[in-house]
Ligand binder design. Structure first.
Ligand code: PMP
Ligand code: GLN
Length: 417
């Protein structure tokens, strides 16, 4: 039968290149797509392809070790995979309820309670989302409208500002202060106006690995109390925290939790970035508005994975050991880099390590990142890509969510520079 299938493929191929189908007497002309002839007024002028896609493609094109885009190169727990396939086989393959499966929302509420001793009602205060990106977009679309101002901190994760602009908001850029990328709260207080609708924070922080301290939340509380400002708190790396630092979630801070939407990502927590699964937790009145948008963005998200996650997160070990696991990887990577000309910026969380290359080159970050791929075989992300004006500080971000072997190969190449 093999000859038959290979003959068949050959035949189809032949038909395709001749640009004309003739099967059992029907003729089908293949249409080549022409460009749209009307005018396009971009809602996102100046926005190109995401830096992660660009660097990952360059890595593939030049066969470089890819420490650019943040994703693990090791497998997902086989137990979790089995749970998903069992649930598919059981027939859990149709739409889930719009806010998420009740059992998963209950388990999420239990998990949050165990972590932060705060009660979110699973019925009204938790929604399962298709990853954190969708959660962030939906939260912004639910609350930001015509010329509302949103404060974000640069370097900032890439999806915040396009989502604000698409919803006709105005992005106000505050700046994390070097050398440790801390927030200057005096600057933030000055930026607040009667149009400020939202402040987006991110801890542990991508790309720098900095983490907010209790006193940062105190400041945030001080400047937002008695205002209508909503805090969107991107906590996707909540479990990836090192050196005995504590993750300060806004959900555990009475006074801030009531104005906050907390975003989490199962992709980060369970090494499965490709599944695009996450959730948000917020007070019921904020969640009610969030769901009005959510139902028309995705309606509901992947059913069998929700069943599987509901089972998997019952076991705290499946996420509580993550900090130690990634700290080991960070330390392994940094040890391998000892003796290189790269200077690490202390990273207390996430799976990213920023390296200062000022002893090696005066080139701009994007140019040096390209050189690193093309001439040295290692892909990273220029930190300048996280600034709207592409500020350069001679810093590159490397993802260490990789097997030891990958880190060894990359470090060997970096040490030769
Ligand atoms: N926020 C931050 C800070 C991230 O780093 C990422 C992705 N790495 C996201 C949000 C998006 O997460 P998801 O893949 O679940 O959409
Ligand atoms: N969050 C990942 C990173 O920071 C990338 C996600 C994406 O490619 N959009 O690398």
């Amino acid at each position: 039968m093999e000859w038959l299938s290979s003959f068949y493929k050959h035949w189809i191929n032949h038909l395709c290149v001749t640009n004309c189908f003739s099967i059992f007497g029907t003729h089908k002309k293949i249409l080549n797509m022409e460009a749209f002839k009307g005018s396009i007024i971009s809602k996102l002028p100046g926005v190109g392809t995401s830096i992660f896609a660009v660097m990952s493609k360059l890595a593939v094109d030049h066969q470089a070790i890819n420490l650019s885009q943040g994703f693990p190169d090791f497998p997902v727990s086989p137990e979790l995979i089995d749970l998903i396939s069992q649930n598919m086989k059981k027939g859990h393959n149709q739409y889930a309820p719009m806010p998420g499966l009740p059992i998963l929302r209950e388990r999420i509420a239990e998990k949050i309670y165990k972590e932060y001793q705060v009660n979110y009602h699973p019925e009204t205060e938790i929604t399962v989302t298709a990853g954190a990106t969708q959660a962030i977009f939906t939260a912004i679309s639910a609350f930001v409208k015509d010329e509302d101002e949103v404060i974000i901190f640069e370097p900032a994760y890439d999806c915040y500002s396009p989502a604000i602009k698409l919803n006709r908001g105005i992005v106000k850029y505050a700046r994390l202060r070097l050398p440790d990328y801390h927030i200057d709260w005096i600057e933030v207080a000055r930026m607040i106006s009667n149009r400020t609708r939202m402040i987006i924070i991110n801890t542990p922080h991508n790309p720098t690995g900095s983490v907010l301290r209790k006193k940062d939340l105190d400041e945030l509380h001080k400047i937002t109390k008695d205002t209508d400002i909503i805090v969107l708190s991107d906590e996707v790396y909540e479990h990836l925290i090192f050196d005995k630092k504590k993750h300060y979630s806004v959900s555990a801070y009475s006074g801030l939790a009531e104005r906050s939407i907390v975003v989490a990502s199962f992709g980060k927590t369970f090494h499965a970035t490709g599944w695009k699964m996450g959730y948000v937790a917020a007070p019921a009145n904020l969640m009610k508005e969030f769901r009005k948008s959510h139902q028309f963005v995705v309606f509901a998200v992947n059913t069998p994975i929700q069943y599987a996650l509901a089972e998997f997160i019952k076991n705290e070990d499946n996420y509580n050991k993550l900090g130690a696991f990634y700290q080991k990887k960070r330390d392994y990577f940094l040890n391998l880099l000892k003796g290189s000309k790269f200077k690490p910026v202390p990273a207390y969380g996430t799976y990213f390590q920023v390296l200062d290359y000022s002893k090696i080159s005066d080139k701009k970050e994007m140019d040096f990142a390209e050189e690193l791929i093309k001439e040295h075989g290692v892909a990273s992300v220029p930190v300048s890509a996280f600034y709207h004006r592409n500020d350069n500080h001679q810093m590159l971000r490397f993802c260490f969510a990789k097997q030891e072997d990958t880190l060894e190969k990359a470090a060997e190449l970096l040490c030769k520079i």
